[in-house]
Ligand binder design. Structure first.
Ligand SMILES: *[C@@H]1O[C@H](CO)[C@@H](O)[C@H](O)[C@H]1NC(C)=O
Ligand SMILES: *[C@@H]1O[C@H](CO)[C@@H](O)[C@H](O)[C@H]1NC(C)=O
Ligand SMILES: *[C@@H]1O[C@H](CO)[C@@H](O)[C@H](O)[C@H]1NC(C)=O
Length: 409
C-alpha cells in the first residue's frame, strides 16, 4: 500500500515518528523486556520467523501475521506492508466502521500512552477485492475476483483512516519493542471493512517503529519475505534475518537508488513482454516494491504499451477506472510473460519475471464475462509491483545496506 502523491507529507510524518522514537524520555519510560538469554548474548537479538496467512479470494491479495500490542499483550493481525511506514490498528476508540475487526483496547494496557494527536492517512493502490457479492455468496464456477483500484476524490480516497497517535509495547514473533509510537484507527472508510486482517504495519526502507527499536537492541537490520501462493502455503516473514531453507541458489542483490528515502525502489532500464520490447519500454524508470499491493500499477502510457504486446483485445474497463479487461474465455491462453530488468550490485543485469498465470485477476462485478487483467493505470505515481511479482521470489529487504535481494523459490 502506497500513500498518495503527497509522499513528502508522509516522509515528514515518518521522520517525526523517528525523532519521537529516539527521544530519551520516551525510551526511559519503559524497561526492555528482552529474555535473559538475549541479554547475555551481547550481540543482541536473533532473527525470528513470523508465519503469514494469505488473504486469498480467487487470487492472492496480501499476506498478514500476528503482532501483539500492550501489557498484557493483545493480539491483532497486520499486513507487513513495504509500501508504508507506520503501524495503524483498529481500537475501541473506533466507530462502527471497525466492527468486523479485532480492536485494541487501550484501557486494558498498563503501558499505553496516549499520543494526543489526530492524523488522516489515505492509501493509494490498496487493491482489494472488488466482488463483494461473490465473496458473500461464492458461486461454484467462480474463478477469481478482481481487485479494486483505489480512487481519489478531492484529496481523500476510498481507503482512508482517521488515526489517533499512541505509544505502547509492540511484540512481533517474540521480539519486543517498548514505548513504540503507533496509531489507533478511529474511523476507516468502507474499503477496509472486508479485510480478514486488522491493521497495517509499515515496513519501509527506513527502520521506524518496532523494527527501528529492535535494531537499536541489536537485531540485524533486515527482514525477508516468503510470500507464497495459496497452493503452496507456509508464507513467512523472517525479521532480522534470512531463512535459507526457503529458496534455491544465490540471492542477487541490487542497491536502492541513493536518493531513496522510505521507498523500496530500484531503477529498471527496460521491460519486456513475451521477449519483446518497445522504445517506450526501454526508458529507465523507478519500480517500487510494495508487499501491500496485489496488482501492478503503471501510468496508462506504459500499461497500454505492455497490453499492446499481449493482446489488442485488452481494453480499459470503464466501470472501474484504471482497470483493464478482456473476455474471460480468451484470457487463460494468452502468453503474458513480463520481464523487468534490474542491475545487480556487481553491475550485471538480471530480470524479475511475472509469469502469464498472473494476467487473470478474475471477473468484474458488473460483467462477469470480462476478466480483469493484472496491470492497472494510475497517473503521477511511481511504477508499483506487489504480490504478483514477489510471490515468485524469496525477497530480502536490507535496510542497513539499502539493498533488495531476490532468489528463485
Ligand atoms: C495468531 O495468534 C492466534 C492466537 O492468538 C493464533 O490462533 C493464530 O494461529 C496466529 N496466527 C498466525 C498467522 O500466526
Ligand atoms: C460486517 O459484516 C457484516 C456481515 O458480513 C456486514 O453486514 C456489515 O456491514 C459489516 N460491517 C462493516 C462495518 O463493514
Ligand atoms: C531479460 O528478458 C529478456 C526478454 O525475455 C531477455 O531478452 C533478456 O536477455 C533477459 N535479460 C537477462 C539479464 O536475463
Amino acid at each position: 500500500m502506497l500513500r498518495p502523491s503527497s509522499l513528502g507529507l508522509f516522509l515528514a510524518l515518518g521522520q517525526s515518528l523517528l525523532s519521537a522514537q529516539a527521544g530519551p524520555q520516551t525510551i526511559q519510560l519503559q524497561s526492555r523486556t528482552a529474555p535473559p538469554a538475549a541479554t547475555q548474548k551481547r550481540r543482541g537479538l536473533s532473527p525470528e520467523n513470523i508465519p503469514l496467512v494469505d488473504f486469498f479470494r480467487g487470487t492472492d491479495l496480501q499476506w498478514f501475521g500476528n503482532i501483539t500490542v500492550g501489557t498484557p499483550p493483545q493480539t491483532l493481525t497486520v499486513i507487513f506492508d513495504t509500501g508504508s511506514s507506520i503501524l495503524a490498528i483498529p481500537s475501541t476508540l473506533c466507530d462502527e466502521s471497525c466492527d468486523n475487526q479485532t480492536k485494541f483496547d487501550p484501557t486494558k494496557s498498563s503501558t499505553f500512552v496516549d499520543g494526543g494527536t489526530i492524523e488522516t492517512e489515505f492509501f493509494l493502490n490498496r487493491f482489494v477485492s472488488l466482488l463483494r457479492q461473490n465473496y458473500q455468496n461464492p458461486n461454484p464456477g467462480f474463478l477469481g475476483v478482481g481487485v479494486d483500484p483505489v480512487r481519489e476524490f478531492e484529496g481523500t480516497s476510498n481507503y482512508d483512516y482517521v488515526l489517533h497517535s499512541a505509544s505502547d509495547v509492540i511484540s512481533v514473533g517474540g521480539l519486543t519493542a517498548s514505548a513504540t509510537r503507533f496509531f489507533l484507527i478511529t474511523t476507516q472508510s468502507d474499503g477496509w471493512a472486508l479485510d480478514p486482517f486488522d491493521g497495517i504495519q509499515g515496513m519501509s526502507a527506513r527502520a521506524m517503529g518496532f523494527f527501528g527499536s529492535l535494531i537499536s537492541q541489536g537485531l540485524p537490520s533486515l527482514f525477508s519475505l516468503y510470500l507464497t501462493p495459496q497452493a503452496i502455503g507456509n508464507a513467512e516473514m523472517t525479521i532480522g534475518g534470512i531463512d535459507t531453507t526457503k529458496f534455491k541458489g544465490d540471492l542477487i542483490y541490487a542497491s536502492l537508488p541513493a536518493f531513496t528515502t522510505t521507498s523500496w525502489s530500484l531503477i529498471s532500464p527496460q521491460f519486456f513482454v513475451n521477449g519483446k520490447s518497445t522504445n517506450a519500454l526501454k526508458a529507465s524508470r523507478h519500480v517500487v516494491f510494495d508487499s501491500g499491493t496485489s496488482n501492478i500499477v503503471f501510468t496508462s502510457q506504459i500499461a497500454n504499451e505492455l497490453y499492446a504486446l499481449i493482446s489488442p483485445d485488452i481494453v480499459p474497463h470503464d466501470a472501474e477506472p484504471g482497470s483493464y479487461g478482456i473476455a474471460c474465455d480468451k484470457i487463460d491462453t494468452l502468453p503474458a510473460v513480463i520481464d523487468m530488468t534490474f542491475t545487480a550490485q556487481d553491475g550485471t543485469p538480471f530480470n524479475l519475471t511475472i509469469p502469464s498465470s498472473e494476467l487473470n485477476v478474475g471477473p468484474f462485478d458488473d460483467d462477469p464475462t470480462i476478466c480483469q487483467t493484472l496491470i492497472n493505470a494510475v497517473e503521477d505515481v511511481p511504477a508499483l509491483v506487489g504480490g504478483s511479482l514477489l510471490k515468485h521470489y524469496y525477497s530480502v529487504w536490507d535496510v542497513g545496506n539499502q539493498r533488495l535481494g531476490f532468489a528463485a523459490v
